[in-house]
Write a protein that binds this ligand. Structure first.
Ligand code: KIV
Length: 284
């Protein structure tokens, strides 16, 4: 198949033509390569990295350097997909200048195609405009924004009443106006996501937001069954890798302990006369 690198115009054409956009997270080279080989349109190095790879309790402790380190690895495994780096908590809130500098690091140091940042609060909206003016494409993120989980009352569905829903609609329009090329809608009622998707010119990428978004994203470790601490309702697990890996590691342990591994097929040969020369040499 004649594959081309995915661009923003191609993503936006998909919305116009009613073709769904596919997106998954990745955090390292081997998974990025598999996701890219499978033909997924967009790869997000999400700050979910903190929870599913680094073992933090939330996404809040994730640093810029951790994000850049993982984005670089994902870049090396990604040839065709559009690569987005996620701006971690406090990398864009302190000042416009710092936000633009940090956003630039994702492109200059890690080779990302765009960045994502959460919410459209007035301060963040200003920063979003500044980043876009600096020439860096921005993917917005509304609804459940995990960096603000404490403020939102936990990792729960957003926009269930008219007041909250209206705020999300207005924020989506404001992000479109600011120049975002697409918006992630996380954990909102499917009917609200449909309404927003119909109102916007730019694509919506849903996670826990129903089937009427212009695309879908999942955290790869959730969909391949590699993160067992908790499982949001919106995740579909396509394979359960954790029990398979556990079984393989247990079998390896047993085979080492009983002498079954390594077998002859895993060993390297040597001529007997060469070995005898060494054994003889040692005696002298
Ligand atoms: O950090 C992340 O992985 C995300 C996705 C869930 C959209 O923000």
């Amino acid at each position: 198949m004649d594959r081309k690198k995915i661009t923003i115009p191609e993503l936006q054409n998909k919305k116009i033509e009613g073709r769904k956009i596919t997106m998954l997270t990745a955090y390292d080279y081997p998974i990025a390569k598999l996701v890219d080989d499978a033909g997924i349109d967009m790869i997000l190095v999400g700050d979910s990295l903190g929870m599913v790879v680094l073992g933090y309790d939330s996404t809040v402790p994730v640093t810029m350097n951790e994000m850049i380190h993982h984005c670089k690895a994902v870049r090396r495994g990604t040839k065709y997909a559009f690569l987005v780096g996620d701006m971690p908590f406090m990398s864009f809130q302190a000042s416009e200048e710092e936000a633009v500098k940090n956003a630039g690091r994702f492109l200059k140091e890690a080779g990302c195609d765009a960045i994502k940042l959460e919410t459209a609060e007035p301060r963040v909206l200003k920063v979003t405009r500044a980043i876009i003016e600096a020439g860096i494409p921005v993917l917005g993120h509304l609804g459940l924004t995990p960096q603000s989980a404490t403020k939102l009352g936990g990792l729960k569905v957003q926009g269930k009443d008219a007041g909250d829903a209206k705020k999300i609609v207005d924020s989506a329009l404001a992000l479109q106006e600011a120049g975002c090329f697409a918006i992630v809608l996380e954990c909102i009622p499917d009917k609200l996501a449909k309404l927003i998707s119909e109102k916007l010119r730019i694509p919506t990428i849903g996670i826990g937001a129903g089937k009427d978004c212009d695309g879908q994203v999942l955290v790869i470790n959730d969909m391949i069954g590699l993160f067992e601490r908790f499982m949001p309702k919106f995740v579909k697990q396509y394979v359960k890798l954790a029990p398979q890996i556990l079984g393989a590691v247990k079998q390896y342990k047993e085979e080492v302990e009983t002498g079954k591994f390594p077998g002859e097929e895993h060993c390297f040969g040597m001529k007997t006369e060469e070995l005898e020369k060494v054994a003889g040499a040692r005696k002298r």
